[in-house]
Design a protein around this ligand. Structure first.
Ligand SMILES: Cc1ncc(COP(=O)(O)O)c(C=O)c1O
Length: 446
């Protein structure tokens, strides 16, 4: 899609966004259903709060302002908004029905597609959210090993077993909190230090932004085999994106279980648990994992159309190509300006822009960039979540905007007055903790 965004003279009018926000305050606790989409992640007073529609890589807020979107629904829009082939599949299915009284043929068809694409997918189950399938995977690991403890190192959803390790663990029984521990990514010793005889599962995102070093994933695989621990890859972000077969295919490491959701159905709510038969067979009779909307047909139709398109168009290669142009382009602009305190890192399909504390409060630096990106028609949260709809024009325009915005940041940093340039309240820290995240089971603490 051609880019129609223009450099704006001013910050967008967000009065309709603010009206809705006022109505939600006090009625919808925390205001948002997805933390990453809520007001805490966007500079207050400048950023729009509600989006009305999207097409391709562009979105329109409730006030009618148009933006290039680099958040893409926080991951799901791997093809783009209102993507014709997926929408047509949903519409065709809608004519026949959404949810049925018996099983639907698409359950089988999509499972066969997943089996053919995902390296460890000897068996497949569906659910609705990412947390559903990571939780099902944990239950399966416990059932299979007869052990209880879980080790993780990233974000895996809102359920008790995971959120117990975070600061927002109110309402979770102590007994549950005692069962999940963490390790540092790329630090095999921190994994070994957190394992004990009761460790059932190690779950991790194969990578977040940092690449696996020194065969970390292979070492984890070996360690799990040696200790009888189930290895679970949380492929919400890597699945169907870094390669069609996800990180398992990309790195040549098979997990015992793998969890997918975000990129599977271009925005429709579906999640997938895939894995080795010997574990997945427990779902036949022993483990209870059923939900009313698990076989809902619109999402399955969307998944079928999305996966077909991802494959036929080799979308992972496209995401990597466009993402690389943005990543390299950003780093060149920052380098040319001598701004060694900001860089863009990560695998090309999803990169992150970071700011070093040496230049000031990173949240304020990020807020200033966000504010100026928004002024120029780019919805930006510090990430480039690439989609098949991010066109050459989008990429070129975005780099042009970075060329204009980074000097503003540099000036503010040089003047030691970043806060003074902010027109609203800065963004808050992200909830997702992925580093310095190493806790050991209590009996292991010396
Ligand atoms: C890596 C990872 N795992 C699990 C989840 C949870 O997925 P959901 O929000 O669909 O429950 C997320 C969501 O952001 C995620 O990024």
């Amino acid at each position: 899609m051609a880019n129609t965004i223009k450099f704006n003279d001013n910050y967008p009018d967000i009065s309709k966004s603010d009206e809705l926000y006022k109505r939600a305050l006090g009625l919808i606790p925390s205001v948002t259903q997805t933390l990453a989409k809520g007001p805490s992640q966007n500079i207050k007073g400048i950023a729009p709060k509600y989006l009305q529609r999207g097409k391709g890589s562009h979105v329109w807020d409730v006030d009618g302002n148009e933006y290039i979107d680099f958040l893409m629904g926080i991951g799901p829009l791997s093809l783009g908004y209102s993507y014709d082939k997926v929408d047509e599949a949903i519409q065709a299915q809608l004519k026949d029905g959404i949810t049925f009284s018996l099983m639907h043929p698409l359950e089988v068809e999509v499972a066969e597609m997943i089996r053919d694409i995902v390296p460890n997918a000897e068996a497949v189950r569906y659910s609705k959210t990412g947390a559903d399938v990571t939780s099902a995977a944990i239950r399966a690991a416990r059932a299979f090993t007869g052990k209880n403890k879980v080790l993780c190192c990233g974000y895996h959803g809102w359920h008790d077993w995971y959120v117990s390790v975070t600061a927002r663990n109110y309402g979770i029984p102590e007994a549950v909190k005692d069962l999940t521990y963490t390790f540092n990514y790329n630090d095999i010793e921190s994994v070994k230090g957190s394992i004990d005889d009761d460790t059932a599962a190690i779950i991790l995102e194969p990578f977040v932004f940092e690449a696996p070093k020194d065969n970390f994933l292979h070492k984890l695989r070996d360690l799990c085999d040696e200790k009888g621990i189930v290895l679970i890859f949380d492929e919400m972000w890597t699945g169907f994106r870094v390669a069609l077969g996800g990180a398992q295919a990309y790195f040549g490491v098979k997990a015992d279980l793998a969890c997918y959701s975000k990129a599977v159905a271009n925005g429709m709510p579906i999640s997938i648990l895939a894995g080795k038969r010997k574990i997945m067979d427990l779902f036949d009779k022993d483990i209870f994992f059923y939900t009313t909307f698990g076989g809902e047909a619109l999402s399955l139709a969307a998944a079928k159309a999305t996966i077909k398109e991802l494959k036929e168009k080799n979308v992972p290669a496209y995401l990597a190509k466009q993402g690389k142009r943005l990543k390299d382009g950003y780093n060149k602009i920052a380098n040319d300006l001598g701004m060694n305190y900001t860089k863009c890192t990560g695998y090309e399909c999803r990169t992150i822009v970071t700011f070093d504390a040496s230049a000031g409060n990173p949240l304020e630096l990020k807020s200033l960039v966000q504010q100026e990106m928004i002024k120029r028609g780019i919805l930006w949260g510090g990430f480039h979540n690439m989609s098949f709809s991010h066109s050459d024009e989008d990429v070129e325009y975005t780099l042009k905007v970075y060329k204009e915005v980074l000097p503003i940041l540099k000036k503010a940093v040089d003047e030691k007055n970043v806060k003074g340039y902010l027109k609203g309240e800065p963004v808050e820290p992200v909830f997702r903790k992925t580093s310095d995240f190493n806790t050991k089971p209590k009996e292991k603490v010396s």
